[in-house]
Design a protein around this ligand. Structure first.
Ligand code: TPP
Ligand code: MG
Length: 561
């Protein structure tokens, strides 16, 4: 089979049906193979950065995503997004159409390189943000393509492969069987003793609890964790990076644990548990109430492929198999008092003619969410979304660890492509949107129907809480955002709204979801909920230290609502 055709065949076999990216002379030959074989659908994006975000969003819903870029210029444009996939544990396959092998072997200078005689710069750069990287050759292509795809899927991390442009049409011998995505099974003895150790501890515990990070989603064990919570009658909490991973309507769901910033009942359940099971826990300042999280010293740490239980470290075990064994072996508890912490804020009835505020905005959004929605959150005051209570079966696409502004718009395109039948709702600020706004055109081009809620507050409000409450560096150009659907697609049927009052917002929210809805909400640049601002204020203390410029009283501070 031709190398390019084989690569596309393998992608199709593992469920990747769309490829995002930007054409270039070094990848056009693969695009021609894509076109001729009909194996995958090409989704051209406005930039490779956005393609990397889209592939990430696609992978969140489909389990794997892929993008195609050209050498150097495309690869480095995409590297921020691929780095994000690494940080967030998302399996993305980044394919770079690269310099022909002929030029590499003969040392010919080529465009899209540093013109310094080296062809390895981008391969080396990607080594830092991927689980595996390779340059395909006719000799290694059949094994390397499989190795990289399997590594991405097993590790839940991105991979990078260079396809030199002069080999895609060469015939090589390839396996006939389809590629099967499967983990290698656990070591039987390690699995048995690991399960026994965990079951022993959980069964003896009086107040077991479960704390969930994003890997529970990445390794597909959310339903197992719910089952375990049910069997143990144990409370189950998430850290903010795993918001929505556990069904928030479940009787055992406690809410978001955030160290000292959590409600007392939540803190007690987690911090004084006599057997806490933490899944994929990767604490950072914004997920631990600025490092105030305090897990019990005997916490069981479960990871994708290893476990820490007491003094023992178990390797060669998979999370799914361990949890399955634990669920089957722990006794069903019937008499432990659980019960969720109340999260839903009471709705106030604001005057429709009142100027729109963040408080009224988010109260309205709480009422707008529906079962099964896919929700997207960018950086900024949009983080308020994390405080809402989600209906059942919602998916949240966010990037708490990496936090690159503009990610959400590209991810929206990817997720819409993966699951067009679901309702997708984006929450984005004007500053974040300006980074990747062009991808709205691709969303319109493919007739997708998301709801986009953009907050126009004249700049980087969340940053004003770090530093520069009134500084010009936190201001941005004031675009006519609601006009953009029409700019990006002349014949669009999108409904656009410019919202200034509570009544305007209510009107926009009553629009049917039969076309793209774009809601630009104009809000005061100093308006932010108190927890968002105090988090920014604390972030500044950590970032700049006690002698930093934040001491000059030029931060936006929390106000009482
Ligand atoms: C790629 C990248 N550049 C810069 C930042 C720093 N940053 C974090 S939030 C933010 C401002 C977001 O502004 P906006 O989207 O308007 O949200 P607001 O707080 O105003 O609602 C910036 C610049 C970042 N996170 N990512
Ligand atoms: Mg803003």
């Amino acid at each position: 089979m031709k190398i390019g055709d084989f690569l596309l065949r393998r992608l199709e076999e593992v469920g990747v049906r769309h490829l995002f990216g930007v054409p270039g002379d070094y990848n056009l030959e693969l695009l021609q193979q894509l076109q001729d074989t009909g194996a995958l659908k090409w989704i051209g994006t406005c930039s490779e950065l956005n393609a990397s975000y889209a592939a990430d969003g696609y992978a969140r819903l489909k389990g794997l995503g892929a993008l195609l870029v050209t050498n150097g210029v495309g690869a480095l444009s995409a590297i921020n997004g691929v780095g994000g996939s690494y940080s967030e544990h998302i399996p993305v396959i980044c394919i770079a159409g690269s310099i022909p092998l002929r030029s590499i072997e003969r040392g010919l200078g080529m465009h899209h390189t540093m013109a310094d005689g080296s062809y390895d710069h981008f391969l080396n750069a990607y080594a830092h943000v991927t689980a595996a990287h390779t340059r395909l050759t006719p000799r290694n292509a059949a094994t390397e393509i499989d190795r990289l795809i399997l590594t991405a899927w097993r590790e839940k991390l991105p991979v990078y492969m260079e396809l030199p442009s002069d080999i895609a049409y060469l015939d090589i011998e390839v396996p006939e069987d389809p590629l099967v995505l499967a983990d290698s099974p656990s070591d039987p003895e390690r699995l048995r003793s690991c399960i026994a150790a965990i079951v022993g501890r959980l069964s003896a515990a009086k107040s077991p609890a479960i704390l969930v990070d994003a890997d529970a989603d990445r390794f597909g064990v959310a339903s197992e964790l719910m089952e375990l919570a049910e069997k143990l009658q144990a409370p189950i909490a998430v850290i903010v990076a795993a918001k929505a991973v556990i069904d928030e309507t479940s009787a055992h769901y406690l809410g978001v644990y955030n160290g000292k910033a959590s409600e007392p009942r939540m803190r007690e359940a987690i911090e004084t548990s006599d057997c806490l099971l933490a899944v994929g826990y990767r604490p950072i300042e914004v997920t631990t109430g600025d490092f105030s999280a305090s897990l019990p010293s005997n916490t069981i740490h479960a990871r994708g492929h290893s476990m820490d239980v007491g003094d023992d470290n178990y390797q060669a075990v998979t999370l799914k198999e361990v949890l399955r064994g634990v669920i089957d072996a722990v006794p069903q508890i019937s008499n432990r008092a659980a019960g969720p912490v109340a999260v839903a804020a009471a709705l106030t009835h604001a005057d429709p003619s009142a100027k729109l505020s963040q408080v009224a905005y988010w109260q309205a959004m709480q009422g707008y969410l529906r079962e099964g929605d896919v929700l997207f959150v960018d950086n900024g005051t949009a983080f308020t979304l994390f405080g809402l209570k989600f209906p059942s079966k919602c998916t949240l696409v966010g990037s708490v660890n990496w936090g690159s502004i503009g990610y959400s718009v590209g991810a929206l395109l990817g997720a819409l492509t993966a699951a067009p039948e679901r309702r997708h709702i984006l929450f984005v600020g004007d500053g974040s949107f300006q980074v990747s706004a062009q991808e709205l055109s691709t969303i319109l081009r493919h007739d997708h129907k998301p709801v986009i809620f953009l907050v126009n507050n004249g700049g980087y409000t969340i940053e004003r809480g770090y530093l520069g409450k009134d500084e010009a560096y936190n201001d941005i150009a004031n675009w006519s955002y609601a006009d953009l659907p029409n700019v990006f697609r002349r014949d669009t049927s999108a409904r656009s709204f410019v919202v200034r009052t509570v009544g305007d917002l209510q009107n926009a929210l009553s629009a049917p979801n039969d076309t793209l809805i774009f809601v630009e909400s104009i809000m005061d640049r100093y308006d932010a909920l108190a927890p968002i601002m105090s988090s920014s204020n604390k972030g500044a203390d950590l970032d700049y230290g006690p002698r930093g410029p934040q001491r000059r009283d030029n931060q936006l501070r929390p106000i009482a609502h």
